[in-house]
Design a binder for this molecule. Sequence first.
Ligand SMILES: [Fe+2]
Length: 290
Amino acid sequence: MAVSALGYIGLEVCDIAGWDSFLHDVVGLMRGTPTPAGIATYRIDDQAQRLCLHHGASDDLGYLGFQVRDPAALQAVARQLEHDGFGVELASGDQCAERRVMEMIRTTDPDGLGVEIFCGPYLAPECPFRSTVCSGFVTADQGLGHVVLSVADPDAARRFYEQALGFRLSDFVVLGPPGESIEIVFLHCNPRHHTVALAPLSGGKRLLHFMVQMQTLDDVGSALDRCSAGDVPLSMGLGRHTNDYMVSFYAVTPSGFDVEIGSGARTVDDATWRVERHAAVSIWGHRRSQ
Ligand SMILES: [Fe+2]
């Protein structure tokens, strides 16, 4: 049994108002109902909450929430985590209510990041997802999107995400000159090319960026226009990635890390997928801003 999707993320941010405007007005998310504890939530589809904003000083990722199919799968993942030496805590009813899920366990990855595994997310089809600025996001069996994490020990991180949680290898991207190169590992748990990528860059923020995939290329272009109109800085301009074929750009969030806004990615079919190695992140574009 393995995790099947990125269900939600929790961010700890200084500027809640700036983030609210960024997510709603620029990216195009929908404001959700605050949690019982009053935490601001955001939606990108009919799932009741996909992104939570917690007030705090780190301006970084607080936790990841991965979905499994059912309670039996949750128990299987808990057993695997314990077998592999990772502590597991069963979430209380109040903690599950905060995340709007049926059942949840909690652990931490080798870099100390809070990782929650859950089943039974609350849906809100009675209040359908609406964006005020875009036609919608690609989610369903591909989950919320993807995250790229900085990790101190890639081997330890791979043991956690691949061995314990059941992620499968998609490919590698090697960057930099020989002798100084770094290798980014891309992992999938559903047809999305990668749900987690691991970059050996310790010391900075744990989250390098998270990605949301829009329905159309026009949605991405319109988001680019909104960034320009709203003076939202870009860290990388429009381009297409070598490995997932995503056409995207990278906007700087109010916390300093990036959000990747993209469209048109290819998907992974495990029956035919072969692991590849790339020597560049982009086929074209993705020029870094000065
Ligand atoms: Fe990305």
